[in-house]
Design a protein around this ligand. Structure first.
Ligand code: ACO
Length: 389
């Protein structure tokens, strides 16, 4: 086998800068996340999700009239067309994973606009329209799919509710309280964008070929599904439930670490100081649970966190293992009544806004993304006809 002498291969593209963006800045050493110019802490608990989406798409916050128009534009595209609903029913009959159902249903969104209407739009205009449809439809798809798997009829979306409130309404059939809506808004704002993560990169690669917005987002959903990206938020909550009582936290966690297990919801590849999203979601969880929740579970989670941080410092000194976004995502979404299998698709309801914004940016950059590979195979094989092999 021929072995290359000097390799420029970077496994996982770690440290490689593959895009320029004005959408978010992740500084792992400072523990800082900036979303389109706003420190996360300032944006997440103030903005509605519609304001955040507008900010990402237009690089400015909307004024009153712009926000009103934008809310309506999103609200009119919330209802499912029969083709999407039929697909979700077929998926529910087979109880497929909620992310697979979302990926398949997202593909049906190409059927929403009649052919001749689509033909009158430029490629850019069609992508803008499809971005609106994708953001508007994701909550309806996720909520309808969950209700179908539970043997319930989907609930028609309401145009008079905000994006976040309408999602909770379509899940549970009741208009959510202001605290619950705020909790969902804050969650959606917090995870809307995070630099060049795997799913965002996937979306940018697809749109950079001048493919269409729906294809790019379907690819991104596939990337988000994996457990190394968005697919592992439930285990942090499972760990809190397994502990059950604060008096058991130290024993259970110590045993886990000594068995070589990872404590779920702690540590991060990029953040070595703190994950700012964890702080924002911790504060949002506290507000929600104080107003409207199981304070015993909230207090237990805080105790588990405190004990975990102390033990990680004891067993892994200098590794800077801090609470990550998953720990409080799980607590907040559980407090909002969401079942664990919906955590990743709820993440997608938010991140689709970031993906589409990155697609707009990539379109403007206009450059095909085409890295190189390094050939490590042989070069001098002899051809043998099939009867000689
Ligand atoms: N619990 C116990 N030990 C840990 C943890 C943890 N959660 N995280 C890292 N360590 C230890 C490792 O065992 C290793 O110890 P060693 O040097 O003695 O072998 C050391 O810390 C460094 O670990 P790495 O794997 O090199 O750290 P990396 O930066 O690659 O890992 C990761 C980041 C994957 C998130 C890791 O911290 C982890 O597995 N955490 C638990 C799972 C989790 O919470 N995932 C969600 C992450 S948030 C997100 O991705 C959106």
């Amino acid at each position: 086998m021929s072995v290359p002498t000097a390799s420029s291969f970077v496994p996982g593209l770690e440290g490689v800068v593959a895009a320029q963006t004005r959408l978010s800045s992740v500084d792992g050493l400072a523990g800082e996340l900036i979303i389109a110019g706003f420190p996360l802490e300032r944006l997440a608990s103030n903005a509605t999700f519609e304001e955040t989406v507008y900010l990402l798409w237009h690089d400015a916050l909307p004024n009153v009239a712009q926000l009103d128009d934008f809310r309506q534009e999103l609200a009119v595209d919330r209802s499912l067309i029969p083709a999407t609903l039929d697909l979700l029913k077929a998926a529910a009959a087979q109880k497929v994973d909620a992310m697979d159902a979302l990926r398949m249903a997202a593909s049906t969104l190409s059927l929403r606009v009649p052919g001749e209407q689509a033909a009158n739009l430029s490629h850019e205009e069609a992508n803008k329209r499809d971005a609106r449809i994708l953001v508007a439809q994701f909550p309806t798809i996720v909520a309808a799919y969950w209700r179908l798997t539970e043997g319930n009829d989907p609930i028609e979306p309401r145009g008079d509710l905000s994006h976040a409130a309408n999602y909770l309404y379509m899940l549970f059939g009741a208009i959510p309280s202001a605290e619950r809506t705020r909790g969902m808004e804050t969650y959606l704002n917090t995870v809307v964008d995070h630099g060049l993560n795997a799913s965002t990169f996937a979306a940018r690669v697809i749109i950079a070929t001048q493919s269409d917005m729906i294809s790019a987002i379907v690819g991104a959903v596939g990337a988000l599904k994996g457990p190394l990206h968005g697919g592992a938020p439930g285990p942090a909550l499972d760990m809190v439930f397994e502990i059950g009582d604060a008096s058991r936290a130290e024993t259970v966690l110590r045993e886990k670490i000594e068995r070589g297990e990872r404590l779920m919801g702690f540590g991060h590849r990029v953040y070595k100081v703190r994950d700012p999203r964890a702080d924002v979601l911790a504060a949002a969880s506290e507000r929600l649970y104080r107003a409207d929740g199981d304070m015993a579970l909230y207090n237990l989670s805080r105790e588990v966190e405190k004990t975990a941080l102390a033990l990680l410092e004891e067993y892994k000194p200098g590794r800077n293992l801090k609470t990550n976004v998953e720990f409080y995502t799980a607590l907040l979404l559980h407090g909002l009544g969401l079942p664990t299998p919906l955590f990743t698709s709820t993440f997608a309801i938010s991140r689709v806004a970031g993906w589409t914004a990155h697609c707009f940016e990539q379109q403007q950059a206009g450059r095909l993304i085409r890295p190189q590979s390094e050939y490590i195979g042989v070069k001098d094989r002899h051809w043998l006809s099939v009867d000689q092999r």
